[in-house]
Every structure is written in structure tokens, then in C-alpha cells.
Design a protein around this ligand. Structure first.
Ligand SMILES: Nc1ncnc2c1ncn2[C@@H]1O[C@H](COP(=O)(O)OP(=O)(O)OP(=O)(O)O)[C@@H](O)[C@H]1O
Length: 266
């Protein structure tokens, strides 16, 4: 485990997110087979495994894009397995995507502001009856969006349209967008994929900063260097099953993990 991971290890409190006996079938294919795990408050938990292991399907289940065939998902203790994705966002679950798709013609600030939760301006009647409140809320949201863009090192581009961003900058924008909804936990999908080495360092630093501010992460990543540097604990999946868990160093030495990767368990 890296020095940073050791210094900022998780506390042992009730899990932020818990998956219990989750199974998900697609027709005859069992994509997730009776998987259970917990994400502890304050940790960065890695989820790794060969292609087709079931990692993205697990994210889809946790975020509510798809529902499990069986099993339970709890978010801060509340049973959410049957709940729609937007309700889970309201409960503090944020998710980034492997290929972020910001609205290309809106500025970065506007893209981030769109992710604010429950503003009066979203309600037509409030717009009509209390325009001053809507304006005040927008001002607060704009300030928060600007602060978040600063946090992810994108202030310079805040008023540019999102279409000018590189792949790595889109990932940073996605992080700011997710933060706008004040998440307790962020599901981070392959933040290193397609990102150049310099920007990757920025992403690692920003994730670390955000984690130190108290936000928990579950991270899918193929870049083992990033996993080793960031994650307090790592889960390994293969062929829809949870193979093992431990520190990055421990799982890297586990013969079952080596076999899964070398043997093409997917
Ligand atoms: N909507 C779907 N319909 C049918 N099969 C699916 C569907 N989604 C995923 N699968 C299958 O479920 C299995 C797990 O896929 P998943 O995308 O979750 O793996 P992964 O670990 O995220 O892989 P990768 O690292 O390549 O992204 C694969 O065999 C995949 O083909």
C-alpha cells in the first residue's frame, strides 16, 4: 500500500455502500454471481479484474442503471436495490463514466451547474412566484461550480465550451460535475483510460484531495499503478465472481488473481 493510502486509511464505521448476495443475469448469462462486499466510509476501494469480469455491470447495479436479479444494495443503510438512479443520486451516490459526455456547446461552468440537486429554478411555478430566490440560488450554484472547477484545475477553461476539452480534461470536468451534487460516495469508472501521463497525475492528486475532504470512492481501473497509489483496499472480480480482496500488493501476489489475468478468466 502506498504511503498516502496508509496515512489516510478508512475508519471502521457502518459501510457507505453494501452489496449483499448480488446476482445479475442477462438471459442465460450470469454476469454477476452472488457477490457481496462493503465500501467503508472514507476509503478508496478499487475494483479490478480482467475484461468481462463484471465490473461495469456491478457499477450499473450500484448506481441503479439496471436492477439485480437477486440480492440487496444498501446506501448509508437504506435499501436501494429497487430504486431508480436519480433517487440514489439524491441519497449521495455519484457516478462518473468511462467516456464522459458533457454537453459540448455549454461552458464548463454551465455543465457543472446542471448537476446541482433540487434547485427551485427546476420548478416552473417557483420560477414564476419567487424569481429572486431562483436568482440567488443560481448565484450560489455558479460560485460552487467555479470552486469545483478550481478544485479540478480547470478554472482557465471555465467559460469555454466543453467541446474544446481533451479526454483527460473531460474526466476532470466529470469529477467536478459529480461533486456538485454533494456525494457521500463516488463510483469512478476508469479515470486513467485514454489519459496522458501529465493529466493522470492531476487526476490522481485531485481524487486524493477529494477523498481527504471525506468523500468515499469505489474505483474501477485497469491502470495498476494508479490502483496501487490510490486504493486502501482492492476487490478482484473474475467471471462474475468476487475472487479476493486485500491491499493492492496482496492481491497482486495472489495466485488466483495471476491465474485470472493470465488465464483469460473472462
Ligand atoms: N446488457 C447486457 N446484455 C448481455 N450481456 C451483457 C450486458 N452487459 C454486460 N454483459 C456481459 O456481462 C459480462 C460482464 O461484462 P462487464 O461489462 O460488466 O465486464 P467488465 O468487467 O466491466 O469488463 P471491461 O473491463 O472489459 O469493461 C460480459 O460477459 C458481458 O458480455
Amino acid at each position: 500500500m502506498s504511503e498516502t493510502a496508509r496515512q489516510h486509511g478508512p475508519q471502521t464505521h457502518a459501510p457507505v455502500l453494501a452489496a449483499t448476495n448480488i446476482t445479475r443475469r442477462f438471459g442465460g448469462l450470469v454476469a454477476i454471481n452472488n457477490v457481496s462486499f462493503e465500501v467503508r466510509p472514507g476509503e478508496i476501494l478499487g475494483l479490478i479484474g480482467p475484461n468481462g469480469a463484471g465490473k461495469t455491470t456491478m457499477f450499473d447495479l450500484l448506481a441503479g442503471s439496471i436492477l439485480p436479479t437477486s440480492g440487496e444494495i444498501r446506501l448509508n443503510g437504506a435499501l436501494v436495490s429497487g430504486e431508480a438512479a436519480h433517487l440514489r443520486i439524491g441519497r449521495g451516490l455519484g457516478r462518473t463514466f468511462q467516456i464522459p459526455r458533457p454537453l459540448p456547446n455549454l461552458t464548463l461552468i454551465e455543465n457543472v451547474m446542471l448537476a446541482a440537486q433540487g434547485q427551485s429554478g427546476e420548478r416552473l411555478l417557483a420560477n414564476f412566484l419567487t424569481p429572486w430566490r431562483v436568482a440567488a440560488e443560481e448565484k450560489v450554484a455558479a460560485k460552487k461550480a467555479a470552486d469545483l472547477l478550481e478544485l479540478v484545475s480547470l478554472t482557465r477553461l471555465a467559460h469555454e465550451p466543453a467541446r474544446v476539452l481533451s479526454g483527460g480534461q473531460r474526466k476532470l470536468l466529470e469529477l467536478a460535475r459529480v461533486m456538485m451534487a454533494d456525494p457521500a460516495i463516488i463510483l469512478l469508472d476508469e479515470p486513467a483510460a485514454g489519459v496522458n501521463a501529465t493529466l493522470l497525475e492531476v487526476i490522481i492528486d485531485r481524487v486524493r484531495d477529494i477523498n481527504r475532504s471525506g468523500i468515499t470512492f469505489l474505483l474501477i481501473e485497469h491502470n495498476i499503478d494508479m490502483v496501487t497509489r490510490l486504493c486502501h483496499r482492492v476487490l478482484v472480480m473474475a467471471s462474475g465472481e468476487l475472487l479476493c480482496e486485500g491491499t493492492a500488493d496482496e492481491v497482486a501476489r495472489d495466485p488466483r488473481v495471476i491465474e485470472a489475468y493470465l488465464g483469460g478468466a473472462a
